[in-house]
Design a protein around this ligand. Structure first.
Ligand code: PBG
Length: 319
């Protein structure tokens, strides 16, 4: 008598057989490494919550970028920590701002690397919100913020960005950026949830809101259908790629977006997802490499074509 499962076991007999019937693959072509640029020279400032990740001055960032390129990483996503912050976040669109300087350095020193930039104001505003505040100071002024985001995206492209990734979640921002930049690929953080898993990122980007939280503009973790509406709007406005963020707690959303739309779908495995596994591994409770590869494979299996991940650098060694 033969159990149906026996047939499946036959396919697990050797590594090659396993590989030949594998449904999901992970390669260096499908990962993007986030990088954090900060002022100064010779600065490599590690972040407590994100072991292995650091803020780097532009010279050190260029060194790190060439190391990534050597390891086979194809693309990086740039964030900046400015010298000083103000109410509007003017450091975000300064032609000589931190991301703009990093872009020019990387363009020159690692020409083969694709440079994506996060377009948002929260690292640049003194209050830490993703846009400028309305007069009462208790909410973000959506329409006033759009113009500032457009200026930011345009300044990134002028400094050498290959694609821009608006992550602010203001209404209408993709359309506004598209009108100013008809030829630039836009990777929209379309389904971005108001998540506790951004904790370590806010430490490294120094962007924790001074007052309140981001629930006014980021999505409620309880909603999946709303994510599809956000995605449809962003596509209509001219987005080229839809991104879901965070990744592992939102696999159902990744799957739903993949099934509904024909465009490329990316996922952002965020800082808290990385920090959890790193902390458990550092405490000896699990194997970092296996847990990382398993989560990344799961995110791809759910439907993400590309994953932004803090493990991209290690993947260069692991794969
Ligand atoms: C900027 C931005 C955030 C992240 C990416 N872009 C933080 C936030 O919205 O609070 C989070 C990334 C991570 O946690 O790794 N708005």
């Amino acid at each position: 008598m033969s159990f149906p499962a026996t047939r499946l076991r036959r396919l697990r007999r050797t590594d090659t057989l396993r590989a030949l019937v594998r449904e999901t693959s992970l390669s260096l072509d499908d990962v993007v490494m986030p990088l954090f640029a900060c002022p100064g020279e010779g600065v490599v400032r590690p972040v407590a919550g994100l072991p292995g990740i650091a803020q780097r001055s532009v010279d050190e960032l260029a060194r790190e970028a060439s190391e990534l390129a050597t390891r086979g990483i194809r693309a990086v996503l740039l964030f900046g920590i400015p010298e000083s912050k103000d109410d509007e976040g003017s450091g975000a669109w300064d032609a000589d701002g931190i991301v703009q300087r990093a872009l020019r350095a990387l363009r020159a020193e690692t020409p083969g690397l694709t440079l994506l930039t996060d377009v948002c104001l929260c690292e640049y505003t003194a209050h830490g919100h993703c846009g400028t505040l309305c007069e009462a100071g208790d909410s973000v002024a959506n329409d006033e913020t759009l113009d500032l985001l457009v200026r930011t995206a345009v300044s990134h492209v002028e400094a050498g960005a290959d694609a821009v990734c608006p992550s602010d979640m203001m209404d209408g921002r993709v359309g506004a950026i598209r009108a100013a930049l008809p030829e630039t690929p836009i990777v929209s953080y379309a389904a971005k949830y108001a998540s506790a898993f951004y904790g370590p990122f806010r430490e490294v980007a120094e962007s924790t809101p001074a007052l309140g939280d981001r629930r006014g503009y980021q999505m409620d973790p309880a909603n999946a259908r709303e994510a599809l509406r956000e995605c449809a709007l962003d596509l209509d406005e001219g987005a080229d790629v839809l991104m879901v963020k965070p990744a592992l707690p939102y696999l159902d959303v990744i799957r739903a977006v993949r099934e509904r739309f024909d465009c490329p779908v990316w996922a952002y495995q965020v800082s808290g997802e990385y920090a959890m596994i790193r902390a458990a591994a550092d405490a000896g409770h699990l194997e970092e490499r296996r847990a990382a590869l398993e989560s990344l494979t799961a995110i791809k299996r759910a439907g993400a074509g590309t994953v932004v991940t803090y493990w991209a650098k290690e993947l260069g060694e692991w794969l």
